[in-house]
Design a binder for this molecule. Sequence first.
Ligand SMILES: C[S@@+](CC[C@H](N)C(=O)[O-])C[C@H]1O[C@@H](n2cnc3c(N)ncnc32)[C@H](O)[C@@H]1O
Length: 182
Amino acid sequence: MNTPLFILLLIASLAVTAIPFSIYWIGYLFIPIIAGGGPYVPSKMKDVNDMIRLARIKPTDTVVDLGSGDGRIVIAAALAGAQKSIGYEIYPGLVKRSQKRISQMRLEDCAEVKCQSMWDADLNNITVVFLFQIPYALDRIRHLLESQLTHGARVISNDFKIPGWEPDLSDGNVHLYTIKDA
Ligand SMILES: C[S@@+](CC[C@H](N)C(=O)[O-])C[C@H]1O[C@@H](n2cnc3c(N)ncnc32)[C@H](O)[C@@H]1O
């Protein structure tokens, strides 16, 4: 094989191998961090089940997951009987994946994932908020929750406690908060 052809093939194969890495780094890491949230790390299914159990979802609940990843919490909340389960997710690839799962499970009537920043989320009338976000985002998220949620709303955070708030209950990695009137 002559040298230019070899170099061309080498560059082509490097480019092909680099594509999945680029998708990973750009989609799962850089986009979320630039958007002020945590990178994509899915909650373990045990933690998802614990979050749903702590939320004690009722048929009147409207639920959101702020940074909903592949939609696993949105789907679990819909299956647990929430009237409406909404995810906000910044990375379009994950939104697409969630929407595909929602439609495969025929949950379109009660589950939805928006390709929208959680910082623009409308939390009026939301009764349950799920979170699995990086600690540096939690201060800003607390302000968002305090400014929009009403008395009795529940907030369930995976892994990280919300700074300045005392959980009503912590079970393993999962923390439950209830909004009280100021
Ligand atoms: C640690 S993952 C949690 C995913 C999912 N909630 C779970 O528990 O499996 C954090 C998610 O937040 C998303 N994210 C980060 N910043 C965001 C923003 N500003 N708006 C919406 N989603 C964001 C990331 O893309 C990522 O999917």
